[in-house]
Design a protein around this ligand. Structure first.
Ligand code: PRP
Length: 210
């Protein structure tokens, strides 16, 4: 049985569709229920819906053999897992954003609100800028509007949230997409199943012969 941690939400639904096409179908997952674990013995697969930022925790500790997480989450938490494949979905970017009239004053410590403290710290340490991190868990865009921070480091997908809150991107830090990850010992001991998933998903993304 292959245990798969799926990120709850829209991305997870797309990911499940890719697994289904790869031969790891599990029809019960499509039933509208609040269940979080679904399995199909015939396809040798068991899926769990977990919070996207928790996927690497399940995979690193072996509660899941494989899973799908955004590159943002992998860079923030640096889990000890194998990153097997870029799935080419869940595309967005990590960016510095601020109110449109923001002008940086290098003589002052820059106040940065973010969910991604490590990424923000590393980015500003590479630019040599002195910062103060304000760690938040969501709705980051509000911070500069209320004067809690000068800028935010956050994910931008369509840009609608920034626009509707009169913020704009000042720097793009890196592009993001969803990655297939594997627990290191599962990759060894369930290698046939892991390789099958990898091969089939790589075929779907057009990365099979790279
Ligand atoms: C993410 C991100 C932005 C928004 C960007 O928020 O933190 O707020 O999506 O998307 P857009 O560019 O398409 O508008 P999420 O939905 O994860 O909520 P939260 O950060 O407030 O928890």
């Amino acid at each position: 049985m292959l245990n798969v941690a799926l990120p709850k939400g829209r991305l997870g639904e797309k990911v499940y569709e890719m697994f289904e096409k790869a031969g790891f179908d599990c029809p019960s997952i499509r039933e509208n229920s609040r269940k979080l674990i679904f399995e199909n013995e015939k396809s040798s697969v068991r899926y769990f819906w977990v919070k996207p930022s928790d996927v690497p925790v399940y995979v690193e500790r072996g509660a899941a053999d494989i899973g799908v997480a955004g590159k943002d989450i992998l860079l923030e938490y640096e889990p000890d897992v194998y990153e097997l494949l870029d799935l080419d979905i869940g595309k967005c970017r990590m960016a510095v954003a601020a109110p449109e009239d923001f002008r940086d004053d290098p003589s002052k410590t820059l106040k940065v609100a973010t969910k991604f403290s490590r990424i923000a710290r590393e980015y500003y340490s590479s630019t040599g800028r002195d910062i103060d991190i304000i760690h938040l868990n969501g709705s980051i865009e509000i911070a500069p509007i209320l004067g809690l921070s000068d800028v935010i480091v956050d994910i931008v997908e369509t840009g609608v949230t920034l626009r509707e809150n009169n913020l704009k991107v000042f720097e793009t830090i890196f592009p993001i997409s969803a990655r297939l990850i594997a627990n290191k010992s599962s990759f060894k001991f369930k290698n046939d199943l892991c390789e099958k998933v990898l091969k089939e998903l790589a075929f779907q993304t057009g990365r099979d012969n790279k």
